[in-house]
Ligand binder design. Structure first.
Ligand SMILES: Cc1cc2nc3c(=O)[nH]c(=O)nc-3n(C[C@H](O)[C@H](O)[C@H](O)COP(=O)(O)OP(=O)(O)OC[C@H]3O[C@@H](n4cnc5c(N)ncnc54)[C@H](O)[C@@H]3O)c2cc1C
Length: 267
């Protein structure tokens, strides 16, 4: 292959389709004009920027992680990461609002029933609801299989007990995707949707962080929290597969956020 041909091939491989470039311009402008001026204040006050969440919802940016049939933009993973990068360049907290919209709903997008998808996804795509992804525990970070939170079946309900840690969106999420052991002997876990107003649920205290301060990170706890059987995602025992299948995808967002923060620093 000549050098010119090799250049063309590389260009095609890495070039971004024009419609995504246009969407990036829109997000870049919103980030520059409306989010960047708030970034310092968000960091100083360490409070969740509800105004930015509303703005991202109004501009369809919170729809980026979702398919069109659930009210999303249907623009795919590349566009989502471009959006995360552009937001992070102006404000890391604002980027995380978008990232958690993906993290907290991927278990549903990838593994839930059609009925569950229709119930939970459209309101997240519109930005009306925000989710949280509750996997980590004080003694179960890198090794999620060591989790102690448990769920026991009682008739048509599951009863959840345990303590999570480092959960993004704690205190602001409308629902939590909670991972719990359902068969300790065989180390099997399952994933449940827990609405914020369930009895026995406590969103817990927030961490004081060095960065991304407007994004609440907390330790929600569950004391005899009862959820209906229909809140189980996928099948009983699928928890680890759901967690790892989700994290495999969201690592891309963490990388895009890091690139955006670095670009913002260089700028
Ligand atoms: C800002 C923030 C937001 C977060 N948001 C969420 C969230 O929304 N939901 C959620 O579930 N979790 C969340 N987390 C938790 C995050 O996923 C965990 O911090 C991560 O899984 C690591 O767990 P840990 O902190 O307990 O570290 P540990 O597991 O204790 O690891 C500490 C260090 O030891 C290393 N290590 C661990 N095990 C091994 C091994 N076997 N061999 C070699 N090295 C090893 C690790 O790489 C790491 O460097 C968040 C964390 C932060 C800081």
């Amino acid at each position: 292959m000549t050098d010119a041909l090799a250049d063309t091939a590389a260009h095609d491989l890495y070039s971004i389709p024009q419609d995504l470039v246009d969407f990036r311009e829109t997000i870049r402008q919103i980030a520059r004009e409306r989010i960047a001026p708030r970034a310092g204040e968000i960091d100083r006050e360490a409070s969740y920027p509800w105004d930015i969440r509303k703005l991202l919802a109004e501009q369809d940016i919170l729809g980026l992680p979702f398919a069109e049939r659930y009210g999303g933009t249907g623009t795919g993973t590349l566009m989502l990461q471009i959006g995360v990068e552009e937001l992070a360049r102006a404000c890391a907290t604002s980027a995380l609002i978008l990232m958690v919209q993906e993290l907290g709903t991927l278990p549903i997008q990838l593994f839930a029933s059609e009925e569950q998808k229709e119930k939970w996804l459209p309101k997240c795509a519109s930005g009306e609801w925000s989710p949280a992804f509750a996997l980590s525990e004080p003694e179960a970070g890198s090794d999620p299989a060591a989790m102690r939170t448990s769920a026991v079946r009682d008739g048509d309900e599951w009863v959840i007990n345990g303590q999570k840690a480092w959960i993004t969106n704690a205190t602001v999420a409308d629902f939590y995707v909670v991972f719990a052991t359902t068969d300790r002997e065989n180390r099997r876990t399952s994933a449940f949707i827990v609405e914020k107003d369930r009895g026995g649920f406590d969103p817990g205290q927030l961490e004081h962080k060095l960065g991304i301060k407007g994004s609440p990170t907390g330790s929600p706890s569950f004391t005899d929290v009862r959820v209906p059987a229909e809140n189980l995602i996928g099948e009983e025992g699928m928890g680890l597969r759901i967690a790892l299948g989700t994290l495999e995808r969201t690592r891309l967002g963490a990388a895009a956020q890091a690139v955006g923060i670095a670009q913002g620093a260089i700028d």
